[in-house]
Design a protein around this ligand. Structure first.
Ligand SMILES: [Zn+2]
Ligand SMILES: [Zn+2]
Length: 152
C-alpha cells in the first residue's frame, strides 16, 4: 500500500518556533524547524532536564496521528466491505454495509499556549524558547547539551 494517510502539520508561532514536549520530564519548549532539521544538529537535548529523546512531539500531535490512522483504516475497511457487498449481490449470502463510518474529530495542532521566552545559546549560536524559570535557574542547550547555570 502506498496510500498516504494524510499529513500532520505542526504550525510555528510568529517567531518561527514550533512547540515541542519532552517525553521524559513533560516540559514544553520551542525550537525552530530549520535548527531541528539542520545537518549539524544530530540530536536534540531537552533544555529542562538535559536528556535526549528520539522525538519531542506533543500529546496533541500523537493524538492527531493516531486519529488520522484510525480514520484511514476505517475508510479502508468500509471500502472493502462495499466491494464485497457488490460482489455478493444476488447470491446466497447477502451483505448489507451500513453507513460510512463516522470520523474521529481531527483537531488541528495549536502553536502552543505556553508562555516561553527566547534564550540564545552562544555555544551553538541558536535560539530556543524555554520557560522563564529555566531561563533564570539554568537550562541545557538543546543543540549540544551544554549546561547553562544562570541567566547571563
Ligand atoms: Zn526533559
Ligand atoms: Zn550548544
Amino acid at each position: 500500500m502506498s496510500e498516504s494517510i494524510g499529513q500532520v502539520s505542526i504550525p510555528s508561532d510568529h517567531d518561527g518556533f514550533v512547540l515541542l514536549q519532552c517525553p521524559l520530564c513533560g516540559e514544553f519548549f520551542k525550537i525552530k524547524p530549520e535548527d531541528y532539521y539542520a545537518d549539524d544538529v544530530l540530536e536534540v537535548w531537552c533544555p529542562s532536564c538535559g536528556l535526549k529523546s528520539n522525538n519531542y512531539f506533543t500529546d496533541d500531535v500523537h493524538e492527531l496521528v493516531g486519529k488520522k490512522a484510525m480514520n484511514f483504516v476505517e475508510d479502508y475497511i468500509y471500502g472493502e466491505m462495499k466491494k464485497m457487498e457488490k460482489k455478493l449481490k444476488g447470491g446466497v449470502i447477502s451483505l448489507k454495509v451500513n453507513n460510512k463510518p463516522k470520523h474521529l474529530e481531527e483537531r488541528p495542532i495549536l502553536a502552543g499556549v505556553e508562555a516561553l521566552e527566547i534564550f540564545k545559546y552562544p555555544c551553538c549560536k541558536r535560539e530556543a524558547k524555554i520557560k522563564t524559570l529555566y531561563k533564570i535557574c539554568g537550562s541545557y542547550c538543546p543543540f549540544c547539551g551544554v549546561r547553562y547555570d544562570e541567566y547571563r
